[in-house]
Design a protein around this ligand. Sequence first.
Ligand SMILES: [Zn+2]
Length: 342
Amino acid sequence: MDYQRGVITGESVWRAIVLYGANSATYKFAFGATLLEIAATGRDHVTLDELAPRYAELLCQALQRQPRQGTSGRSKFLDACRAFNAGDLDLDTLHRRTVQLGFVNVIDAFPKLGGEQAPVRYYEDRRKSLAPGLVLRDELLELARSVHAPDLDAETAARWRLVETAWATGVSGALLASSPSSTPSLVYDSGTQHLVLQTGQRRKSVAGVVAALSGYQDGRCAYCNQLMAQERSGPIVEHVLPWKLLTRDWNGPDVDAVWNLVLSCEPCNVAKRDRAPHESWMPWLEQRNNDLIESRHPLRDVLMAQTGATAALRRAALKDAYRRATELLPVVWTPSMGTHMA
Ligand SMILES: [Zn+2]
């Protein structure tokens, strides 16, 4: 991820805030989505009264999907949302409770990274003014108008669904081969290109793999660094070590799994065909997998089970898989731009 490489932009810091870090509650997903929507209208000031309806709506919808939206005990605000969902609270009361209770922590916590003020500020806290609310800074208004905005929205939604699913099912670590088949696990479904929750024979879609992975490569092609939002075809799900290996005498790790999946532009996908990339590109994949793991992504334990518990083990496992793959399919493809090698 750009931010982890020291690249400070409106979108890199936003992704670091929303897509990175241990999650203990899902407020920040709802808050970030609400901010982007309101900023997209061009407004530079918003009151809590104006933020409340959409923010509460997103959390009420989330509670209907998964009753658990945090790891700590009770939340009076979420209780209000639950009461609304159950028909025990009217909409006006929900909005009033949201203004009173819903923003207490999130407005202070959202702009922080690792406990420090993030290097880009998106709003100024004006809760103590006559019309309590936020001043939306140019950094946020520009982000909401940018080519990145739809991706950020989809990436937030994907991480939200994966996080709540992991809490609801205790899915983490469940992909180990020794797990009983009735234990739920998050797996990639190549037919639908979705991450699905598999329990025994049942599969339930959780999130599209494009939205789940896009933020961790900053919306850019894995091979040529082009912004994929500018591509007509949109991102294509790409097997780094070719899927074709599964039709050969392949005895390496499952290549139809997240550790081996990246997003690319169409020209790179077409050019690469059934070849592995040149060895010099492979550190990109190693880094992306480390980013997913370090971001405390819900797929973290799955990735560690598939590729190794430490960065050193993962490097060795990837090198070994690459060596095996290029023994079977020796002709490799060299990506045409080197900007991602920086
Ligand atoms: Zn490309």
